[in-house]
Design a protein around this ligand. Structure first.
Ligand SMILES: Cc1cc2nc3c(=O)[nH]c(=O)nc-3n(C[C@H](O)[C@H](O)[C@H](O)COP(=O)(O)OP(=O)(O)OC[C@H]3O[C@@H](n4cnc5c(N)ncnc54)[C@H](O)[C@@H]3O)c2cc1C
Length: 495
């Protein structure tokens, strides 16, 4: 019996983990990747003696990676480090940062001057977030739906007590539990991990506060996040999976309701029995498959996550007042969130996140140096196409950061790389530079999200951040499990 051949378009985490699952089940797998190396957004920049994680810097639900390796019958080759404290938050109106400890008594101590009875309040808030997480985890998030009706019927079996949280915002929910503006802002930062603001993110996503503080916490990887991609590549090599880089799929051939082959930018035809697309599930249907319902005007009306503006700095000297994970915020959170993401103007006083992985991975920077990754969420390219002011925005952020940590960063830069939304779009085909793919409002999740099985072609499937269940590293690993289940159900692995 001959093994069925699968071509995966895209070597992001979604493509790599699907390849590992399918190869472990006996499929013959090949991967085609547009960029010059694997990983997609989970990538790495090496420059001037510094190593930078390009996108993700930590993750929740670490057990999803363990599940992946277990399911493929291999040892987990990665060493995960738990983050505790989780991160620090600097506000413009306060000299000292808040340190977010996982231990609730210690956390409450940080906020005792501004939020009385904080520990009890957090416990009450997390109790409700916990029940949403566990009431939906297997029933809704970690499963395939065959129709909208099946999805809606399943939703009716979720306890009714959660219904109000579908309609009210995360900010309104936080308002019910806490008095201090600073506390509400800090707890609402998880909304940005979904690529939106807490004012337009449904309150059900308070479950993310439960995942960060109580459930499994946050983790990163010893040696840097790109070790995940490298470990997957080693395992895939052992399973004879081949990868082709610098190859972009731009068109296709069909025959009798099936894909007959995909065509790359040089006109080469790539054939297989089954195809899995790890490119953005909505953008690919529009741009490559030319589906009218996913044409640009339709895609532009969808709710996309914010774009990343990222800076990678190699800095001479150690910066004592910087932790591994740090947020730098102003004092006008609501105004900022309401206006900044739908304008063609760069923010004058940007809010941003800084990761100094050299704090826990010294190999990522030369001795007595820091490697800083700075992420500032900005409007996607529907709103702002011209990024000729990228250097100016970067300088504004670097000046501000230097002042706030009391270190002359500007005059100690040994390496600098800037990626604006247009760069992110061009490198990985992210729709209009949207960093996390489609957003997660109620109309864009579950059976309403682009499906992982094509509507027209019986041998085409999708994996990754813009299909089910959604964005973020562990969620994309779940996506690879769901698409593998579909493929196994629809096609055996041999003829
Ligand atoms: C700046 C930033 C920070 C982030 N931080 C975090 C974090 O801290 N924690 C977390 O959990 N998540 C984070 N995320 C989100 C996380 O990176 C994504 O959810 C996840 O990596 C998406 O994986 P994917 O496989 O779906 O897509 P991708 O990583 O985008 O992979 C898709 C691959 O397909 C390739 N491709 C696309 N089109 C084609 C084509 N036509 N032909 C050939 N190849 C093609 C692309 O080049 C790419 O390599 C972050 C994202 C960004 C941008």
């Amino acid at each position: 019996m001959a093994a069925k051949k699968v071509i995966i378009i895209g070597a992001g985490l979604g493509g790599l983990s699907t390849a590992l699952r399918l190869a472990s089940k006996g499929y013959q797998v090949e991967i085609i990747e547009k960029y010059h190396q694997a990983g997609g957004r989970l990538n790495e920049i090496k420059k001037d003696g510094f190593t930078f994680d390009m996108g993700p810097s930590f993750f929740s639900m670490s057990y999803e990676f363990k599940e992946l390796f277990d399911a493929c019958g291999v040892q987990n080759p990665l060493h995960f480090n738990e983050l505790d404290p989780l991160y620090t938050v600097h506000f413009a109106h306060r000299d000292k940062p808040y340190v977010m400890y996982k231990n609730l008594a210690r956390m409450a101590e940080e906020f005792k001057a501004i939020e009385p009875n904080m520990e009890a309040k957090v416990r009450r808030y997390l109790l409700s977030a916990k029940s949403i997480f566990h009431d939906t985890e297997y029933k809704i998030v970690k499963r395939n739906f065959d129709s909208i009706l099946q999805y809606l019927l399943t939703l009716t079996t979720v306890p009714l007590k959660h219904a109000p949280k579908l309609v009210r915002s995360m900010w309104t929910e936080l308002d019910k539990h806490f008095e201090s503006e600073d506390v509400k802002v800090i707890f609402s930062l998880v909304a940005f991990f979904l690529g939106s603001t807490p004012f337009d993110t449904p309150a059900v996503y308070s479950l993310l506060n439960y995942t960060e503080i109580e459930h499994d916490g946050y983790w990163n990887v010893k040696g840097g996040m790109y070790r995940i991609t490298e470990a997957m590549l080693t395992l895939l090599k052992e399973k004879n999976v081949t990868l082709h880089y610098n190859t972009e799929i731009v068109s296709y051939k069909m025959e009798g309701g099936k894909i007959k082959g995909f065509i790359d930018q040089k006109g080469q035809l790539w054939n297989a029995d089954i195809y899995v697309c790890n490119s953005d599930a909505a953008g690919f249907r529009g741009e490559v498959l030319k589906r009218p319902e996913f044409r640009e005007e339709k895609l532009d009306q969808l709710h996309w996550t914010l774009s990343p503006f990222t800076i990678y700095l190699g800095v001479d000297g150690k910066i004592p007042d910087l932790h591994h994970h740090n947020y730098f915020l102003g004092s006008n959170f609501k105004d900022y969130a309401d206006t900044i993401f739908k304008t063609s103007v760069s923010p004058e006083k940007p809010y941003y996140y800084v990761n100094a992985s050299s704090k826990s991975n010294p190999d990522c920077a030369p001795p007595n140096c820091e490697n800083l990754f700075i992420l500032c969420p900005v409007p996607d390219m529907r709103y702002k196409q011209d990024w000729s002011d990228a250097e100016t925005l970067a300088d504004t952020i670097i000046d501000d950061l230097g002042k706030r940590v009391g270190y002359d960063i500007k005059n100690n830069i040994l390496s600098k790389t800037i990626l604006h939304p247009g760069d992110w779009k061009d490198k990985f085909n992210l729709y209009k530079g949207s960093g996390l793919g489609l957003a997660h409002g109620m109309k864009q999740i579950g059976a309403f999200r682009p499906k992982n099985k094509d509507e027209e072609f019986s041998n085409l499937y999708y994996v990754g951040a813009s299909t089910i269940p959604g964005t973020g590293l562990p969620i994309v690993v779940i996506s690879s499990r769901l698409v593998t289940e579909r493929i196994e159900q629809d096609h055996g692995n041999t003829f």
